[in-house]
Design a protein around this ligand. Structure first.
Ligand code: NAI
Ligand code: ENO
Length: 313
C-alpha cells in the first residue's frame, strides 16, 4: 500500500534548476497527487511538457496557483513580489505558499503584503544548487543531505510549517528555521560574498588581456578553475541577490576588505609568521567543515555574530 501524498496539488511556478529538481524529487517520493507547473517563457513550458516531469503545464502563474495546496515560487528573488500579487486572488484558503529564494528579508517584505488572510506563508531556501539553470539542469537528488532553511514570519501556523518541513525532509533535506534577517547575514558570508569574489576574479583575469588570457585558460586547473564554475552562475539570479541583500553583503565586504588589507600588509612586510598563522587557522576551519559533513552534524549558524545581529538582538 502506498502512503497518501503529502499535498493533493503542488503548483511549481518557475521551472529551472530548483523548480525542476523539486518536481523530480517530489514525483520520485510520491509527495503530490498532482504537480502543476508553469514558467515565464513559452519555450520553457514546452520543454517541461516534453520532459514529462509535471502532470500539467499551464500558461499563467494564476492558473497554476488555482486550487493548489502548496505553491512554490522558484523564480528570481526580484520578481517574487510581483508574482505574489499576480496569484494572490487565486490562492485557495488554507494553501501554503512558499519560495526558494537565496535572500529572505526582501522576499518576505515584497510578498507578504499581497497575500490574503487564510493562506500560510512559509518562505524557504534550499541551500543546494549548481552553476546551471533551466529545466534540463534539475535532478531529484539535489537536496539530499543539504540544508533547507525556513523563515516563517512570527505567528505562522506551526502546523503549516511542519507540513512544509515534512515535504523538504521527504526529498532529502535537513530543515532548520531562523529569522529572515539572520538568514541573510549567514548567507551573505557563506554564499553571496564568495560568488561576488568569483565574479570579480574571473573578470579581473579576463581584463589582463590577450597576453595572459591563453595562459589563464591553459593553467586554470589551479584555484582559478573553481572560481570560473561559480562565476558561470545565472546573471539574473545573482543580480537580484546582490540588489536585495545589499546591506548584509556590504557589511561582510567591509570586514573582508579589512582582512585582505591585513594579509597584504603581512606579505609586503615579509611577515611569514602572520601568513603562516592565518593559513593554519583557515586549514583547521576547512577540516572542521569536512568533519561536520562526515558526521552529518548541524553547522552552528547561531555562532555567527556581527554588529548587525548584535544590533538586532
Ligand atoms: N541556482 C541555485 O543554485 C540556487 C537558486 N536558488 C534560488 O532559486 C530561485 C530560482 O533559481 P534557479 O532555479 O536556479 O533559476 P533558473 O533560471 O534555472 O529558473 C528560473 C525560472 O523562473 C522562471 N521565471 C522567471 N520570472 C518568472 C515570472 N515572472 N513568472 C513565472 N516564472 C518566472 C523562469 O522562466 C525559469 O523557469 C532563485 O530565487 C534563486 O535565488 C536557491 C538555491 C540554489
Ligand atoms: O553552485 C554552488 O556552489 C552554489 O553555491 C549553489 C547555490 C547557489 C545559491 C544558493 O542560494 C544556494 C546554493
Amino acid at each position: 500500500m502506498t502512503a497518501a501524498p503529502l499535498f493533493q496539488r503542488v503548483a511549481l511556478i518557475g521551472f529551472g534548476l530548483i523548480g525542476g529538481s523539486i518536481a523530480r524529487a517530489a514525483r520520485a517520493q510520491g509527495l503530490a497527487g498532482e504537480i502543476v507547473a508553469t514558467a515565464h517563457s513559452a519555450k520553457t513550458r514546452a520543454r517541461v511538457a516534453e520532459l514529462g516531469i509535471a502532470d500539467r503545464v499551464v500558461e499563467t502563474n494564476a492558473e497554476a496557483a488555482d486550487g493548489a495546496d502548496l505553491v512554490i515560487l522558484s523564480i528570481p528573488v526580484g520578481v517574487c513580489g510581483a508574482v505574489a500579487q499576480e496569484i494572490a486572488s487565486h490562492l485557495k484558503p488554507g494553501a501554503i505558499i512558499s519560495d526558494v529564494g537565496s535572500v529572505k528579508g526582501a522576499v518576505v517584505r515584497d510578498m507578504a503584503p499581497h497575500l490574503p488572510a487564510g493562506v500560510h506563508f512559509v518562505p524557504a531556501h534550499p541551500v543546494a544548487g549548481t552553476e546551471h539553470s533551466g529545466p534540463d539542469s534539475g535532478f531529484a537528488e539535489l537536496f539530499i543531505n543539504r540544508w533547507c532553511i525556513l523563515t516563517p514570519p512570527e505567528g505562522t501556523d506551526p502546523a503549516a510549517v511542519d507540513r512544509l518541513r515534512a515535504f523538504w525532509t521527504a526529498i532529502g533535506a535537513r530543515v532548520e528555521t531562523m529569522t529572515p534577517e539572520h538568514h541573510d547575514l549567514v548567507l551573505a558570508i557563506t554564499s553571496h560574498l564568495p560568488h561576488l569574489i568569483a565574479y570579480t576574479i574571473v573578470g579581473t583575469a579576463e581584463e589582463l588581456g590577450d597576453v595572459t588570457s591563453s595562459e589563464v585558460m591553459k593553467f586554470s586547473a589551479g584555484g582559478f578553475r573553481d572560481f570560473t564554475r561559480i562565476a558561470a552562475s545565472d546573471p539574473t539570479m545573482w543580480r537580484d541577490v546582490f540588489l536585495t541583500n545589499k546591506d548584509a553583503v556590504l557589511e561582510m565586504l567591509g570586514t573582508f576588505n579589512e582582512d585582505l588589507s591585513k594579509l597584504t600588509r603581512a606579505m609586503r612586510r615579509g611577515d611569514g609568521e602572520a601568513l603562516f598563522e592565518h593559513f593554519t587557522r583557515t586549514r583547521a576551519i576547512r577540516r572542521g567543515i569536512v568533519e561536520i559533513g562526515q558526521n552529518s552534524a548541524a553547522p552552528d549558524f547561531g555562532r555567527l555574530q556581527t554588529s548587525a545581529t548584535k544590533k538586532n538582538s
